[in-house]
Design a protein around this ligand. Structure first.
Ligand code: GLA
Length: 729
């Protein structure tokens, strides 16, 4: 049993293999958070000594105990306006003008399996892996009941959390805020590690100590965003890759998000994470419920690498529903950087022919195949083939490509519409536009109101027909701008605060229907590269295009940052042409392949323009990738260096779960004259075992390779790289 309730002390204890999580019902019925951390038996209520803290109020029943305050005790899910002045998790407003809630215990249940959420992606149970705790709290004055949901995955060391808020009154209730979780860490000095960025430079780690007050990681763009990934880590200030306490909070949510971290007057820390409450409100009619998105919590006392590996396994095994999540992926070639919008059937076929000769499995036709799409000014919304470019239609093109022995994949951007499109002309009210104001454009396009059931229905029918009528085995699902002018022509004025949230629910519903109807199609997510690289999208898409920046050296930093939360199997990564189209930098083909192989591998170049040597090298790369694909996709990832800053090398490793195989990857970002030795301590090997190292005579113990290390021969030239396989003897 991973969930226990002790009646005497009124304590809930959730236990995973290496962690414990404890809550207690206070005499008032408030649910106090006692502990989340390294696994330990016993109760943690002795940590909280009564202490009168000036200007922190006391519940009415405990007015004689001035040490007992909601403002100083750790809370499990804090309402607002009840005497806890720290960040609130919930803000309901009644028609009578009651703001906030003072939540007290009503009942709880413990059941096998994992709870599910309405219309939202959530982690699942493969059978006997999870248990669910539901704790119901309520405040009759606020007319709400809150069911706190805990999905405990004991052997994965993950606790999933969400909340279901129900209107129990006779009038409507407006939710101004409903977070997925509130987590109090009453003691400790923590660093915040978060992942910010921009288009073409996503998920750059930034770490710093928490200051007193509130720090926020958020997006208001209607998407999880290039600018701030929703995944955050709090770690102790001495923590590194191999040591130290680390907490991860991973929202399973692809829309506007907000994680706030507050260090309060007494030095304790509160994390509140969930849907961004700016430009959000949700009206609940009597009896209606609102489900928050889920957030995945993980803790380890063994450093950042272990935390990352916990998430990698969990996302692959318990979140992504696609059958491709745990299957080898096709090596693909995408025509975007080869042709951009400038192609015809002939050109595509010659690229595909050459791709096949290189050993590629799947040819992807990117943007420009539909409507009047000759540049990015028009066509979005019209998911019918562009007969000027492809006069024979998609079917014959696919047949010829299949005839070469290649699978076929297609790019779509369903959530968008161009002003210059048949769809927009027919349904201008399907776009998000504020009445009386011209909407702003992003890449010349408007955003469809995905919260409208008729829009989702239309897209579902159109895309279903596209996938039924054509042998499409891969879909790249793009989204090339954030939301603005958020106003739904299908919602009444008082519900406009729901539009951005309903948008994401509509995206999930469309993805759910299409991925369920077409389980053999591999869906890759994309949003101008990695602008929507989050666990919500990963529930449907086993891989996401990591960044529009395909420069291998820049990708070192992007993939490094991404790896803190997300597995290599989720990162779409391609070898592109040199000089690179985004940076103009030249990087050797071998190095470009090493970097791209640390993800879902492919090519993004014109193979008809390659030299004979380059073609031969690519044939060998693809053969090699097939040999090591399983190791990269399922192995544990170890970050050996931080590729940014003054480090001279980027180095990372994959190790198979049984430790029989490993792959060491190195790129010298700053080769030196009279070079100092390039020395690395390997990780994750079996210290007792003996390994051979590719290209090296003899064999070496795992202990020697990890504790002594490995010295690479000097690497010369522009961005040289090396990739070595290690095998247990
Ligand atoms: C986005 C994607 C690219 C490409 C273009 C096409 O930017 O990230 O990979 O598909 O759109 O317009």
């Amino acid at each position: 049993m991973s969930i226990l309730f002790d009646d005497t002390s009124r304590t809930f204890t959730l236990t995973t293999r290496n962690t414990a999580y404890q809550m207690q019902l206070a005499p008032t019925g408030h649910l106090l958070h006692l502990y989340y951390g390294r696994r330990a038996e016993g109760r943690f209520d002795s940590l909280y000594l009564p202490h009168d803290c000036g200007f922190s109020p006391n519940p009415y029943e405990l007015r004689d105990n001035r040490g007992w305050s909601l403002d100083t005790l750790p809370q499990e899910y804090s309402g607002t306006n009840g005497g806890d002045y720290r960040l609130g998790a919930l803000l309901p407003v009644t028609e009578d003008g009651v703001w906030g809630a003072d939540l007290r215990y009503v009942r709880h249940t413990i059941e096998p399996g994992k709870y599910a959420l309405h219309g939202l992606p959530a982690a699942f149970d493969n059978g006997g892996e999870a248990e669910t705790l539901r704790v119901t709290l309520s405040d009759p004055a606020a007319q709400v009941e809150v069911e706190l949901l805990y999905g405990v995955y004991a052997s994965q060391d993950v606790i999933a959390r969400a909340a279901r808020v129900t209107n129990t009154g006779a009038q409507t209730v407006r939710l101004e805020k409903a977070a997925s979780l509130c987590l109090d860490l009453p003691f400790g000095e923590w660093d915040l590690l978060h992942f910010h960025g921009r288009h073409c430079m996503e998920r750059q780690p930034e770490r710093g100590p928490l200051m007193t007050g509130v720090q926020t990681v958020s997006s208001k763009r209607g998407m999880s965003s290039h600018q701030h990934n929703p995944f955050v880590i709090l770690c102790d200030q001495g923590a590194d890759e191999d040591h130290g306490e680390c907490y991860g909070v991973m929202p399973v949510w692809s829309g506007s998000h907000k994680t706030e971290i507050e260090r309060d007057q007494r030095g304790s820390t509160r994390i509140v994470s969930g849907v961004n409450d700016e430009q959000f409100s949700w009206t609940l009619a009597p009896g209606e419920s609102f489900d928050t998105p889920e957030a995945l919590l993980a803790f380890t006392h063994e450093g950042l690498t272990r935390l990352s590996q916990t998430y990698h396994r969990f996302l692959r095994g318990n979140l992504c529903r696609s059958r491709f999540s745990n299957a080898p992926r096709p090596v693909l070639l995408n025509n975007w950087e080869a042709t951009y919008f400038d192609f015809d059937e002939e050109k595509l076929l010659s690229i595909a022919r050459e791709a096949k000769a290189l050993g590629v499995d799947l040819f992807v036709l990117d943007d420009g195949w539909f409507g009047s799409r000759n540049d990015d000014n028009g066509g979005l919304g019209d998911w019918f083939v562009n007969r000027t470019k492809l006069p024979n239609g998609l079917g014959p093109l696919i047949e010829q490509i299949n005839g070469m022995g290649l699978k076929f994949g297609l790019w779509i951007e369903p959530e968008m519409v161009n002003e210059d499109s048949a769809l927009y002309r027919a349904h201008p009210d399907w776009a998000l536009t504020v009445p009386g104001r011209k909407p702003s454009v992003g890449r010349n396009q408007f955003v469809l109101d995905m919260g409208r059931p008729d829009v989702v229905e239309y897209l579902c029918d159109t895309l279903t027909a596209l996938l039924r009528e054509n042998r499409i085995e891969y879909v790249k699902w793009d989204m090339n701008r954030g939301l603005s002018d958020v106003y739904s022509h299908a919602l009444p004025p008082e519900r406009q605060g729901e539009a951005a949230h309903r948008y994401v629910l509509g995206v999930y519903s469309l993805l759910d229907r299409l991925t369920t109807a077409f389980p053999d199609v591999l869906f890759e997510g994309c949003a101008g590269g990695g602008g929507r690289f989050d666990a919500g999208m990963l529930a449907y898409c086993p891989q996401i295009w990591c960044s529009d920046n395909t420069d291998a050296v820049e990708r070192l930093a992007i993939q490094y940052g991404t790896s803190f939360g997300y597995p290599a199997s989720a990162m779409g990564a391609h070898v592109s042409a040199s000089p690179n189209h985004q940076t103009g930098r030249s990087v050797p083909l071998g190095t470009r392949a090493i970097v791209a192989m640390s993800g879902a591998f492919g090519y993004e170049l014109d193979p008809t323009k390659l030299s004979a040597e380059e073609k031969q090298a690519i044939r060998e790369q693809i053969e090699r990738y097939r040999e090591i694909e399983t190791l990269i996709r399922t192995g544990d990832c170890f970050r050996l260096t931080d590729p940014r800053g003054e480090h001279r090398i980027a180095a990372w490793q994959f190790v198979s779960e049984d430790r029989s195989e490993a792959l060491l990857n190195v790129v010298a970002t700053h080769p030196e004259g009279n070079p100092r030795p390039l020395h690395l301590r390997l990780k994750g090997l079996d210290p007792q075992a003996v390994y051979t190292v590719e290209g090296q005579d003899g064999s070496f113990s795992g202990a020697a390779l990890m504790y002594g290390g490995w010295t690479l021969p000097p690497l010369y030239g522009d961005y040289p790289g090396a990739q070595l396989r290690l095998r247990r003897q």
